[in-house]
Write a protein that binds this ligand. Structure first.
Ligand SMILES: [Zn+2]
Ligand SMILES: [Zn+2]
Length: 281
């Protein structure tokens, strides 16, 4: 093969990769991959970051927590200690000027469209990180990789998407990267304190966005969560559904998780007469 043939073959291979990627996947397969991976990211945020790390309502075995940590590194670049600290401060100063991302004080448009910027600005406060970030992972992986090189993971994900899918992999990656800023930083932090229904009258403005917590893994039930922040289960009414809780129950059955706290229970009368759940208003 002479040089011209070699360059032509190389050019053909390059354009073939650009159009089909190395996997030659169909459009539907690429859409399915994108939806599955973004859903795993949602599950990692609600189960690992929120319920397990920030509120300690679920204890995860090392296999489960390492999986979630690695996945969040690949798909979000979130540093666990920073996320946990910002979120705990949100609960401590809910809907006051000190709240890092309240639509009541900053405006709904700002939280919806610039939620990630608010989070990033809050995460720069080292005093706040010391005060609210205790108890998060501090092992070798955290100190040497996940925290100092938080952007390497999303870079690796970009390489995987481009290799597998070709040029369209850049779009897949963009959707993966936008999923948490839009759904969690924008919708839960914004709409969850601005619009929806309330089961409980609290001092803060938290609301349940919809009764079926599927798309954002149960985080839609934000008024329930602010009422019982340490409960691993976010649904309280019979018609409400919390997908994150369903996943936690599966992890528990597999021996990968232990539920530490649920909703408080009010016992009335003798044990024989049964026990009564606290009812939402
Ligand atoms: Zn909130
Ligand atoms: Zn919370």
């Amino acid at each position: 093969m002479d040089m011209t043939d070699f360059l032509t073959t190389l050019q053909d291979a390059f354009f073939d990769w650009l159009v089909h990627g190395l996997g030659g996947f169909s459009g539907w397969q690429i859409v399915t991959y994108t939806l599955v991976t973004t859903h795993i990211t949602i599950a990692a945020v609600t189960i690992f970051l929120h319920r397990s790390q920030a509120h300690r309502s679920v204890e995860l075995r090392p296999l489960a927590s390492h999986f979630f940590r690695c996945w969040l590194w690949l798909s979000t670049s979130i540093v666990t200690r920073e996320w946990v600290a910002v979120h705990r401060k949100h609960h401590a100063a809910c809907d006051t000027p000190e709240d890092p991302h309240s639509p009541q004080t900053r405006g709904i448009a700002v939280v919806l469209l610039r939620g990630s910027e608010l989070y990033a600005a809050a995460a720069k406060d080292s005093q706040m990180l010391d005060q609210y970030g205790a108890g998060t992972p501090n092992d070798w992986l955290e100190r040497k990789l996940y925290t100092p090189h938080s952007l390497y993971g999303v870079g690796l994900m970009l390489a995987i998407d481009l290799l597998a899918f070709g040029a369209i992999g850049a779009t897949v990656w963009a959707v993966q990267m936008l999923w948490i800023p839009v759904s969690a930083a924008g919708i839960v932090n914004g709409i969850g304190h601005w619009w929806g229904y309330r089961n409980f009258e609290l001092a803060d403005a938290s609301r349940n966005i919809v009764p079926w917590g599927i798309l954002i893994g149960g985080e839609e039930l934000h008024n329930n969560h602010h009422t019982y922040p340490t409960s691993a289960k976010l649904s309280v009414r019979r018609y409400e559904f919390d997908l994150g809780w369903a996943y936690i129950r599966v992890l528990e059955m597999l021996g990968l998780a232990t539920v530490r706290r649920g909703h408080p229970q009010l016992r009335l009368g003798s044990a024989r007469r049964g026990r009564w759940r606290m009812r939402p208003c």
